[in-house]
Design a protein around this ligand. Structure first.
Ligand SMILES: [Zn+2]
Length: 251
């Protein structure tokens, strides 16, 4: 028996499926990460269209026997189409989607809200792209339960010194003191960057973007967060294989 269901969600990925259809990967509030087939999406002008980054209420058929979802209709909240005019923003948005696909495991509604806000900020021109990237990774690591208190080493529990450069544990996938660090750890967190991450930890995504940061610090912390994203995802992110996101964003 097919059932009509619906949920808020965002298209994370879209690929051709058969001659005329597309298979979409959606992050939904109510059903988590799901694959949905959009029949006829390839050709027909009248068919339901949902591009990557589209934030919408999705109306689906669910077949409990085959356990598959078919797209019936979309009420668009935002297509986030404008961000595609900027290559850096486009890469940032694909990186967010890729990280969620690889790492999904937190509360779906929270992940949806974070991604929805991040895409909104990339689409509007007010927030700096690089700070959106930093805070997306910072907040996401909290949602998947990997973020630890930046004031102390999570292994030996010693409080960090004011000017201590902090190392990384590839076992715990978290910062730690140099005594507890993995031998292969080359992810160093300078004191200023650690302070910024500590101060913005309890903040909402929106609030954290308002904390001022020099452009040199922004670039340094962004590279730390990208390296951190590589570590927690097991170096599986295609978007980080390109040098583009590692450079400074123009906006
Ligand atoms: Zn330690």
């Amino acid at each position: 028996m097919e059932r009509n269901i619906s949920s808020l969600g965002i298209v994370l990925h879209s690929q051709r499926y058969g001659q005329q259809n597309r298979r979409l990967k959606l992050l939904t509030v109510d059903f988590g990460l799901i694959d949905v087939v959009s029949y006829g999406a390839q050709k027909s002008v009248k068919s339901v269209k949902a591009e990557v980054f589209t934030d919408a209420q999705f109306f689906l058929y669910y077949n409990p026997v085959k356990k598959d979802y078919t797209l019936k209709d979309v009420h668009v909240v935002s297509t986030h189409e404008e961000l595609r005019q900027d290559l850096h923003k486009t890469y940032a948005a694909i990186f967010f989607c890729e990280l969620i696909i690889k790492m999904h495991g937190g509360e779906s509604s929270e992940e949806y809200r974070l991604l929805s806000q991040a895409l909104d900020f990339l689409t509007g021109s007010d927030a700096e792209t690089d700070r959106v990237i930093i805070q997306f990774v910072h907040h996401f690591s909290d949602l998947v339960g990997l973020r630890t208190d930046f004031s102390r080493c999570p292994i030996c529990e010693r409080t960090y010194e004011q000017n201590e450069v902090v190392s990384f544990s590839s076992t715990l996938l978290a910062h730690c003191c140099s005594n507890c660090a993995s031998l292969d750890a080359n992810l160093l967190l300078p004191p200023g960057a650690r302070k910024y991450l500590m101060v913005t930890s309890p903040m909402s995504f929106e609030q954290s973007l308002e904390v001022p940061l020099s452009s040199a610090a922004t670039l340094r912390i962004k590279r730390y967060e990208l390296q951190y994203a590589q570590m927690i995802s097991g170096r599986m992110l295609k978007t980080l294989a390109s040098p583009l996101l590692w450079d400074e964003a123009s906006v």
